[in-house]
Ligand binder design. Sequence first.
Ligand code: AHG
Length: 336
Amino acid sequence: MVINRQVLTLDEFTIQQYRNFPGATGELSSLLRDIGLAAKRVNVEVNKAGLVDILGDAGSVNVQGEEVKKLDVFANDQFTGVLKHGISCAGIASEELDDIIVFDDEVSNNSKYVCMYDPLDGSANIDVNVSIGTIFAVFRRVTKKGEPCAVQDFLQKGINMVAAGYVIYGSSTMLVYATRRGVNGFTLDPSIGEFTLSHPDIKCPDLGKIYSVNHGNFFQYSEEVRKYINVCQNKNKSNGGPYTQRYIGSMVADVHRNLIKGGIFMYPGTTDKPNGKLRLLYECNPFAFIIEVAGGKATNGKERVLDLQPTELHQRTPFFVGSKLMMEELEKCLES
Ligand code: AHG
């Protein structure tokens, strides 16, 4: 086997990054390594879905009132387990759990970070072999090091995020993460079991051709949102329209595609659900951060998502995210 000297693994990359920061402790690198490890374990199970008894419902309903799938439970256990046994995380919040978990042991209490995640987003797609993902956000805790973390460490504005990322279990498995320094993507090389740098310094094109929204809800959207959808559908030379509509129903897959190709993803409020469906802390905030670092924008329709002050762990928000010029076109319609 010929060794490719160009290959840079996730570990090597994150270690290189922190070495450029005088005073950095390497805790973030260690936390990202833990997330990569959990993602590899989840990936193994996702790849076996259909062969082993991992498909279908676990027979319970989560805090959101949604059916919990067996793979949701598995993924949640993996991420929680590796972070608990790692050295960088004081506690976690997850879509699958009502409350935060405070790890509360000596090492964890002395850790700098807390982590929030949706362990398996798009779980309705698991049983039908469509891409699904994990979304995560990392914050520096605001409580004192040496003590157990607390809920205020999690209820921070998105602008305070240290890192955010996602894993997409798709035609290949990728881990993409952002810090303020940039967005980088790593593809899992199954032959060596390592995430390797495949998409360095990702930038979201300012203008794309794709809009992603659940059209089934069209008549439940506000007039302003419908107006923007009409703009997307119209032939308009200045914006390159009509745009192409693509909606997978796994936000990780939809936003990943739009990040690479350019596009806009929307989950607006509806007449039935004015705050939409998506959760601010572990779904919208991480993607808002990633897309902003990549040059795009994210709003709830009124305010920048990263400026929102969370009040509850599982709160929902309308969400619009994507290429800069498309977002500006949307904002014009929302203001009108
Ligand atoms: P879930 O994890 O419960 O399947 O939710 C997926 C999320 C998000 O990933 C996706 O974009 C959206 O819900 C799809 O919702 P609709 O089916 O209402 O469009």
